[in-house]
Design a protein around this ligand. Structure first.
Ligand code: HEM
Length: 264
């Protein structure tokens, strides 16, 4: 779940100027030709082998029919359901892009202010409700490296017992990771919103969504209502999956998700 959802987010959510859900993130860098994958924030993404395996089987059964972009989208849909999240259908028919440049990658950091994050999502056609749904739902599973939450470890407003526990874990060498949702770290559910309301958000942006006037009401409504969260998460994931997709004759259906068909 973790790897495919992160992949999906990174995959669809690059800088406003960039290309969206077009599988540009899957292209391997080569000597003299870096790709999106080479950039810092994307370097920790895992799960590419799962996509390779699905592509191999699909090419054997029905060559040049299912794009790498659709494979990631469908894998994400399935991994959300397997992690206890909502089941939903996603439209398919995406095609793979012909460009993958590190210059297109402009991912937000963990301490991005809420207003700036709202702007970033707005540039992709998503509103504040979509943003709270996607960040909270995405961070309802998975981990963050201690180096990225140093500001939270020093924050006196954080729940004291959680703060003490995280500080203890983060004292270990080699930058360990801690769960983003301390209550149900393997489930896509609304627990993280309750945690945020109790000052137990682990990442700065997560906690700030519970404090900022423009988003705290949305956090509360999800904390109280898992059915509402599930419905909105499914809708917002489908919406994220439509960001700047290529269809029709644009792009291509890659034979190998890691290389353009031209071999460039
Ligand atoms: C402003 C928006 C966001 C920011 C700043 C952000 C930032 C981060 C950071 C810094 C990490 C930890 C990376 C690490 O320690 O290696 C992370 C993890 C993660 N993020 Fe986000 N994220 C955002 C939105 C999203 C969205 C929209 C989703 C999915 C819908 C998502 C899904 C995930 C998942 C699943 C993980 C855990 C990865 C793992 O366990 O390996 N994030 N995010």
């Amino acid at each position: 779940m973790r790897s495919t959802t992160t992949l999906f987010f990174l995959f669809c959510f690059l800088a406003p100027s960039a290309l969206g859900c077009d599988a540009s993130l899957l292209i391997d860098p080569r000597p003299g030709r870096p790709s999106e994958k080479s950039t810092g924030p994307n370097a920790s993404v895992r799960g590419y082998e799962i996509i390779d395996e699905a592509k191999r089987l699909l090419e054997a059964a029905c060559p040049r029919t299912v794009s790498c972009s659709d494979i990631v989208t469908l894998a994400t849909r399935d991994s959300v359901a397997l992690a206890g999240g909502p089941r939903f259908s996603v439209p398919t028919g995406r095609r793979d892009g012909l460009r993958s440049s590190p210059n297109d990658v402009n991912l937000p950091g963990p301490t991005i202010p809420v207003a700036a994050s709202i702007q970033l999502f707005a540039a992709q056609g998503m509103n504040a409700n979509d943003m709270v749904t996607l960040i909270g739902g995405g961070h309802s599973v998975g981990v963050v490296h201690c180096s990225l939450i140093q500001d939270r470890l020093a924050d006196p407003a954080m729940d004291r017992s959680l703060n003490a526990r995280l500080r203890n874990t983060c004292r270990a060498p080699n930058d360990p990771s801690v769960f983003l949702d301390q209550r149900t770290p393997f489930l896509v559910d609304n627990a993280i919103y309750g945690e945020i309301r109790r000052q137990r958000g682990v990442m700065r942006i997560d906690q700030n969504m519970g404090l900022d006037r423009s988003t705290r009401g949305i956090v509360s409504s999800f904390a109280q209502n898992n059915a509402l969260f599930r419905k909105r998460f499914a809708q917002a994931m489908v919406k994220m999956g439509t960001i700047k997709v290529l269809t029709g004759r644009s792009g291509e259906i890659r034979r190998n998700c890691r290389v353009f068909n031209s071999g460039r």
